[in-house]
Design a protein around this ligand. Structure first.
Ligand code: IDP
Ligand code: MG
Length: 138
């Protein structure tokens, strides 16, 4: 099934100059970039995006990380794009991430882990329209 998923290159990945390499990985894996933009999230935008994690002990630190610099937001599409993107990203903690995954290659810690990807169709249905309107998805 062709799916759409939200991908974010987080502030650590953007700052380190990994944007181009990460986009290249997605294209080589067969994803289509349906939309892309670079933004500097506000505190309330980051809090709203990570609302499901509001009770977690790392929430404030995560929001502060996600607002420390610009991020690159993308809508990716492809066959099983949601699970496929999670596979290419690797485990949340780079220590557990498989060889060849983005997090294994570029992430420094469980928090500063370079990329976000929707974890389910339900998440994608919330996350894509959180940042993109229908006319921006081509
Ligand atoms: P995911 O990004 O792999 O889906 P989630 O559990 O949804 O992982 O957590 C969202 C984000 O919160 C992670 O990508 C990471 O940046 C941060 N995070 C998750 N767990 C921890 C933790 O135990 N300590 C610090 N930050 C964390
Ligand atoms: Mg998640």
């Amino acid at each position: 099934m062709i799916e759409k998923t939200l991908s974010i290159i987080k502030p650590d990945g953007v700052k380190a100059g990994h944007t181009g390499k990460i986009i290249q990985i997605f294209e080589e894996k067969g994803f289509e970039i349906k939309s892309i933009k670079k933004v500097h999230l506000t505190k309330s935008q980051a809090e709203g995006f990570y609302y499901v994690h509001r009770e977690r002990p790392f929430f404030n630190s995560l929001v502060s990380f996600m607002t420390e610099g610009p991020v690159v937001l993308m809508v990716l599409s492809g066959e099983n794009a949601i699970a496929g993107n999670r596979e290419i990203m690797g485990a949340t903690n780079p220590k557990d991430a498989k060889e060849g995954t983005i997090r294994k290659m570029f992430a420094e810690s469980i928090e500063r882990n370079v990329v976000h990807g929707s974890d389910s169709p339900e998440s994608a249905r919330f996350e894509i329209p959180y940042f993109f309107n229908v006319f921006e998805i081509l």
